[in-house]
Each structure stands twice: as structure tokens, then as C-alpha cells.
Design a binder for this molecule. Sequence first.
Ligand SMILES: Cc1cc2nc3c(=O)[nH]c(=O)nc-3n(C[C@H](O)[C@H](O)[C@H](O)COP(=O)(O)OP(=O)(O)OC[C@H]3O[C@@H](n4cnc5c(N)ncnc54)[C@H](O)[C@@H]3O)c2cc1C
Ligand SMILES: *[C@@H]1O[C@H](CO)[C@@H](O)[C@H](O)[C@H]1NC(C)=O
Ligand SMILES: *[C@@H]1O[C@H](CO)[C@@H](O)[C@H](O)[C@H]1NC(C)=O
Ligand SMILES: *[C@@H]1O[C@H](CO)[C@@H](O)[C@H](O)[C@H]1NC(C)=O
Ligand SMILES: *[C@@H]1O[C@H](CO)[C@@H](O)[C@H](O)[C@H]1NC(C)=O
Ligand SMILES: *[C@@H]1O[C@H](CO)[C@@H](O)[C@H](O)[C@H]1NC(C)=O
Length: 521
Amino acid sequence: MRDLALCLFLFFLAKHVSSVPTKAQFQSCLSTISKTPTNLTDHTDSTLYSPSLALSSPSSSFLNLNFTSLKPILTLKPKTESEIKSAILCSKKLGVQVRTLSGGHDYEGLSYLSLSPFIIINLVNLRSININLTEETAWIQSGATLGELYYKIAKTSNVHAFAAGICPSVGVGGHISGGGLGTLMRKHGLASDNVVDARLMDVNGRILNRRTMGEDVFWALRGGGAASFGVVLSWKVKLARVPEKVTCFISQHPMGASMNKLVHRWQYIGPELDKDLFIRAIIDNNVEGGQRGVKTTFQALFLGGIDRLIPLMNQQFPELGLRAQDCSEMSWIESTMFFNWKSGQPLEVMLNRDLRYEDLYYKAKSDFVQKPVPEHVFEEVTKRFLEKETPLMILEPWGGKMSEISETESPFPHRRGNLYNVQYMVKWRVNEVEEMNKHVTWMRMLYDYMTPYVSSSPRGAYLNYRDLDLGNNTRTNTSFEDAREWGEKYYRGNFKRLGLAKGKIDPTNFFRNEQSIPPLF
Ligand SMILES: Cc1cc2nc3c(=O)[nH]c(=O)nc-3n(C[C@H](O)[C@H](O)[C@H](O)COP(=O)(O)OP(=O)(O)OC[C@H]3O[C@@H](n4cnc5c(N)ncnc54)[C@H](O)[C@@H]3O)c2cc1C
Ligand SMILES: *[C@@H]1O[C@H](CO)[C@@H](O)[C@H](O)[C@H]1NC(C)=O
Ligand SMILES: *[C@@H]1O[C@H](CO)[C@@H](O)[C@H](O)[C@H]1NC(C)=O
Ligand SMILES: *[C@@H]1O[C@H](CO)[C@@H](O)[C@H](O)[C@H]1NC(C)=O
Ligand SMILES: *[C@@H]1O[C@H](CO)[C@@H](O)[C@H](O)[C@H]1NC(C)=O
Ligand SMILES: *[C@@H]1O[C@H](CO)[C@@H](O)[C@H](O)[C@H]1NC(C)=O
């Protein structure tokens, strides 16, 4: 049955491929469609889309199909918004799909890989950031990175920040539309919770704002993944206030009974702590000082000084034994560097757009935990981690603001009742199918092992940790019913409303990918 489906699929694809427009045809369309002379250059980036990198996509469905992505017909790096319009209209006319790329960090490569003929719109040239301190807001073009945003905020004010992710090279375009969790979430929520307006280009090339797109679509953009709805040109966000001095610390614990006890204890404490205190736990296995071994690192940000932190820790988490000399006070921007292991380096490292896992390939998955996991599970995780080169598990505490926002306020539904989010990751260096299969299989087994201890019916997943294992998605025209399998893991009860918003803004399902929201009417 599966083989038959695969054959049919390849047959359709083969038929499709023979009618794929050439680069020249696409360019000729671009020059006829725009009334004003545009300057659309083809910037095909041969390094990003080499077949070996396409193969490196850890995506399971590409893998199961034993089939790698097509190459894009061309990659555009528009310098103006009207160039994006031309690209959309030509793609529609020529029957090819659009992949919008902001930071390019999608875990399954959906911003630059596709099984259907496609072009890439890379927003790297559209990344201005305008901060209004009177309003405490910023307009950010989608091509900006979190690092560029944090840097600009810090250059403008020493008491403002933005609540979003930790890695500076992540793009604002994908990140904000998929949620965006980071060190400030217990106090200020997700990046998507702090969006107050957005400019969206729709399938007809119209530019809509919050008022003109309507509340349903605006709701959908804040956590539903913008790729299903159009191209987000820019976001208007609410900045967060932070003290001039914050405090950071790390506390590391080697594998063993006391580590297991501590992580176990953290599950009760992390989500209940003062909102000003964020302590995440990272379990990994890495060579350190030539010695391999599993360890847990608690990495923390406190929105205040050491003098307030130490009594708080003594009272709420004495098991960690934190001392003043383990802590450092710094500015908020320095804390973003601390979390990236870049303390002491020039601020400008935050502007480096190229901090992806360079020559590493990886597969990730996510979970939400609602009741504390028994201690023996961390013992088993340690055992499994010892077999692997670079496995990683990051536990990020919920509670605070995350539990105050209702499940339907935005498409991101994982709110009250969750203790923490888990991200699992495994990385490898050899870009071969066999190697990839080995690691992906290991990851799936770990995920299976965790089943009894995490959320269920549906098992929750975080869109920004995209995972094509979650359900049916070998076609870009999956029906809404088939898509529920993964859709309800990401969005729970919000999935239907996302389908309706999709039906409103893009009824012909032009904006689609291997895991986009099908339209409902
Ligand atoms: C090293 C690393 C660290 C990370 N750290 C964190 C973290 O701390 N917290 C967290 O929450 N997540 C984190 N993530 C996950 C990250 O938030 C997601 O991968 C996010 O979607 C990346 O956004 P991007 O713009 O870089 O990716 P892209 O690959 O460019 O885009 C992701 C998706 O959004 C679509 N898209 C992008 N731009 C637009 C646009 N302007 N309009 C419409 N659709 C668009 C793409 O087509 C694609 O489907 C991390 C990822 C990596 C690789
Ligand atoms: C077109 O782009 C090229 C290269 O970026 C630039 O040198 C040239 O000035 C641009 N022309 C116009 C009309 O904008
Ligand atoms: C891909 O197909 C080849 C040839 O049929 C087979 O040997 C290989 O195992 C397949 N790989 C995967 C990942 O399915
Ligand atoms: C900032 O916002 C205020 C209040 O809405 C507004 O009056 C002002 O014009 C804005 N400043 C800029 C530079 O846009
Ligand atoms: C995928 O969709 C088909 C129907 O198209 C369904 O039979 C199947 O159960 C779904 N799930 C998986 C994992 O294939
Ligand atoms: C998806 O596309 C295939 C191939 O073109 C077609 O046979 C199928 O009916 C389509 N399914 C949906 C749900 O539109």
C-alpha cells in the first residue's frame, strides 16, 4: 500500500517536473509583471542548496521517501516589498511554490527545501529595525535576526529588551510566527504574545495590516506559522522592561544519583519560581577536558541583583547550593551573550547571521511535561546519552506569564498545566544516509521511551521545533482531516480556527509546504 502510494507520488512528481518553468521563464515573467522597472537579480546561493545539504535535511519524510529536495528554480533576495509582490504573482502564474526564508533555521528545512517545484524568497535584504521608546515598541522587518534586534535595542536603551529566543542567528520571520520562547517568557510570555501589529503580503500581493487583514488572520500569525498565510513583511512588537543590571549563573552537575535527584527536584521548583527567575536545565553528553560524560547544566537569568537572588534561591531552591561567587551581574544584552557562551566577546558577535550548526546535521523533537517525571527516567536518559556523540535535552520552565495566557488567546496552546517544555536533539557530522538513519532511529526510540511521561491525547509539540515525524505530510495538499494528526499536536483545539483563517486569507492554498495548514471553509 505504501509502495503503491509512493509510486503514484513519484509518477505525479515526474509529470510535474517535466513542466517546471526554467529560471529564464521565471525571470521573463518578473520583468513583464512589474510596471515599474524592478531590479530583481538572481542570487542563487549554490552553497545553501547543494544536493549534499539537501540530503542532510534530517527530515524523516524526505528520508522515508528516500528522496531529497528539488533544487529551487531560483532564489530571490528582494530589496523592496514590490519585488516580493512580483515574485508571488509570477509563482502563481507559473504554478510553482514559494518558500519564504528569513533566518533559515527551520529544523526540517521547509524554508529552502521542497518536493514540489519552487522558488525561494530570501528576506536577508529586508531587515531594518525601528524602535519607538515613547511607545516602547519596535517595527522589525522579517529578515532581521534576534541578535540584530537585541543589539539594536541595547544600543537604544539599557532598560529594554524583547522576549524571544536565545540563539542570535534565528530569524524574526519564522521565529515570531511560530511562538518564540526564551529567558524572558516566565515574565513576558512568548515573542508571539508581544506582537501588536504586522504587515502581511497576501496571495494577490496586497499589503495588509492588523486592521485590514482582520483579527482572525492576525490571531493566526501569532504562533500558527506565517508560511501558511502569506509573507510577513514586518512585525510591530511590544518591548519588555528590564532592570539595568540582571544576574546570570550556571551550575553544572555530573551524571549520577545526585544529578538525577536535582533534575527531578527542579521539575517541581523551576515552574513555581518567582517570575523574575528563569532556570533551565540542559542535559548533554560532550567531551569536556578530554573526558566524556553526561552532565546537567542549570543556566539561569534573574531580573535583579545578586543580593536579592541569593536569599530567593536559599528559600526556593536550596538543593542547588548557589553562592554569590557563582553569580555575575551584567546588562541584559550581556545576558543574551552569556546564554550563548559568548561572555566577554564584543557585542558585535550578536550580529553574526551565520551561527547555525555549521558542519553538524541534526534531528530534533519536542514534548511538554505536565507531571514530574520519575527520577529513574533521568538514569535511563543518562544511559542512552552515553551511547551517543552529541545528544542534548533542554528543559525550559513554564509557569508565570506562560500560565496566565489562555489556551485560545493565540494559536500556541501549551499554557497552564504544563511544567516545562523539552527539546531533544541529536547531532552528527557524517553526511550520509546510513549515518542519518542511525541517529534518527535513536531519536525516535528516545521519543517512544518518553511517551508515558509527557503530555498525551494529543502529545504536545512546539511548532518552532518542527518535526515532520508528527504525521502525514508527504504531499503539500494534505486534507484537513489528514493534517489533524500533526496539527493537533502543535495547536490542540486551535487547529480548526487556523484552518478557517487560512480559508479566509488563502482559499486556493497557494502558500503551502509539507506541513502547512490546509484551508477550511
Ligand atoms: C540554533 C537554533 C537555536 C534556536 N533557538 C531557539 C530558541 O531559543 N527559542 C525558540 O523558540 N526557538 C529556537 N529555535 C527554533 C526557531 O525559533 C525556529 O526554527 C524558527 O522558525 C526559525 O525562524 P527563521 O526565520 O530563522 O527560520 P526559516 O527557516 O527562515 O523559517 C521558518 C519557517 O517560517 C517560514 N517563514 C520565515 N519567514 C517568513 C515570513 N517572513 N513570512 C512567512 N513565513 C515565513 C518559513 O517558510 C519556514 O516555514 C532555534 C533554532 C535553531 C536552529
Ligand atoms: C540593481 O542592482 C545592482 C546590484 O545590486 C545595483 O548595482 C544597481 O544600481 C541596481 N539598479 C537599480 C536601478 O536599482
Ligand atoms: C534508498 O533506496 C536504496 C535503493 O533502493 C536503498 O538501498 C536504501 O536503503 C534506501 N534508503 C532509505 C533511507 O530508505
Ligand atoms: C512614537 O510613538 C509616539 C506615540 O504613539 C508617536 O507620537 C511618535 O510619533 C512615534 N515616534 C516615531 C519616531 O515614530
Ligand atoms: C495518513 O493519511 C491516510 C489517509 O490519507 C491515513 O490512512 C493514515 O492513517 C494517515 N496517517 C499516517 C501515519 O500515515
Ligand atoms: C493532492 O494531489 C494529488 C495529486 O495531484 C491528487 O490526486 C489528490 O486528490 C490531491 N488531494 C487533495 C486533498 O487535494
